[in-house]
Write a protein that binds this ligand. Structure first.
Ligand SMILES: NC(=O)c1ccc[n+]([C@@H]2O[C@H](COP(=O)([O-])OP(=O)(O)OC[C@H]3O[C@@H](n4cnc5c(N)ncnc54)[C@H](O)[C@@H]3O)[C@@H](O)[C@H]2O)c1
Length: 322
């Protein structure tokens, strides 16, 4: 059965989602508040019904699922309306700005047996899957530290700070890799360009077992970095999304305590290697995953993982605001 999908938000990111959902499903409805975008998309997808009124699309009896790619503050009301209209929902990250709102969405989805999947794109990246595999296979030994660098002289946003715009990506991966509860969260940052919107944010997280994580998030930086480093007790691994053909590098390096040095720590340096990583498009894998959940049923994992990301964002925001 080809699922019938309606999408709201046809801006910068929405056009990517529409391209993939048009390939993978029946993109039956499109919605945007902008008339210019509606005109452009009506030419590109002549078979889709077009509207500027989200309520009209959500109420359509012939739709199975709704895709939401509008600005973050609109996610919660739109996702709630779509779920209440009985539609499965794929919503860009994060689905809500408060834990209480996220819990409300989860309760509606669970009560009605609907899929609610947040668009945490990186979780579908084959490079991140490889990192997870290395950790689960015990290749790196106990994970001690995970840190992310997401910097650029990049798009300067006025409505979301660097934590909400950039940090949400690394946070979803850090929580996915560590799978533990956060016991301490601290964030520092500064708004240099737009009042109240931090352009540079540094975050620190500590987990129950003592593992720690860090994120450097900035759109005021000379380096374009999209990198995640995992320091294990036995080996260390780096996921570098800017590197076209070496997404993952594993460093066979670790500290070692030998008996003949009276407990002194020495360093051991072995091979450096780069395992093969599929070059499948993460966005396509993400959309296919959503459609599979709708068709085959699910256990709610994705929406509960999404809740933990919102919880971490809330903790870090409280710390940032001091
Ligand atoms: N996963 C990723 O890598 C990734 C990358 C970029 C953006 N995003 C996310 O995608 C979302 C959209 O970001 P963007 O950069 O495309 O924004 P954008 O401003 O380019 O597009 C948003 C569109 O939503 C429309 N819109 C807003 N409210 C509406 C409503 N109530 N009804 C109908 N249309 C409405 C606007 O007219 C606009 O065309 C954000 O949540 C962003 O965080 C995700």
């Amino acid at each position: 059965m080809t699922l019938r999908v309606g999408q709201v938000g046809l801006g910068y990111w929405g056009r990517n989602l529409a391209r993939v959902f048009d390939d993978e499903a029946d993109l039956a409805w499109l919605c945007d508040a902008s008339e210019a975008l509606r005109d452009e998309f009506a030419r590109r997808y002549p078979n889709a019904r077009m509207t500027g009124d989200f309520a009209e699309m959500a109420a359509a009896a012939d739709l199975d699922a709704v895709v939401i790619a509008t600005p973050v503050p609109t996610h919660f009301p739109l996702a709630k309306a779509a779920l209440e209209a009985g539609k499965h929902v794929f919503v860009e990250k994060p689905p809500a700005m408060r834990v209480a709102e996220m819990e409300e969405l989860i309760a509606i989805a669970a009560a009605r047996g609907l899929v609610l999947m947040p668009g945490h794109l990186l979780l579908y990246h084959p490079g991140v899957q490889k990192l997870k595999e290395l950790i689960e296979d015990g290749e790196l030994g106990d994970v001690l530290v995970v840190y992310g660098n997401r910097q650029n002289l990049g798009k300067i946003r006025k409505d979301e700070n660097a934590l909400w715009s950039l940090g949400v990506h690394d946070l979803s991966v850090i929580l996915y890799l560590i799978q533990e509860e956060i016991v301490e969260a601290a964030a520092h940052g500064h708004a240099f360009l737009n009042e109240g919107v931090e352009d540079v944010v540094f975050c620190y997280l500590r987990f129950g077992s003592g593992k720690i994580a860090h994120m450097h998030l900035s759109w005021l930086d000379p380096h374009k970095m999209r990198r995640l480093t995992v320091v294990g007790r036995d080996k260390m691994a780096v996921f570098d999304d800017m590197d076209l053909d070496r997404k993952i590098t594993v460093y066979d390096k670790s500290p070692e305590q030998s008996s003949d040095t009276y407990g002194e720590w020495l360093t051991r340096t072995g091979d450096i290697f780069s395992p093969k990583v599929s070059n499948a498009e993460p966005l396509r894998l993400e959309c296919q995953h959503f459609l599979r959940l709708v068709e085959e049923g699910w256990d709610g994992r994705e929406m509960h993982d999404g809740l933990e990301v919102v919880r971490a964002l809330e903790l870090l925001t409280e710390s940032l605001r001091g």
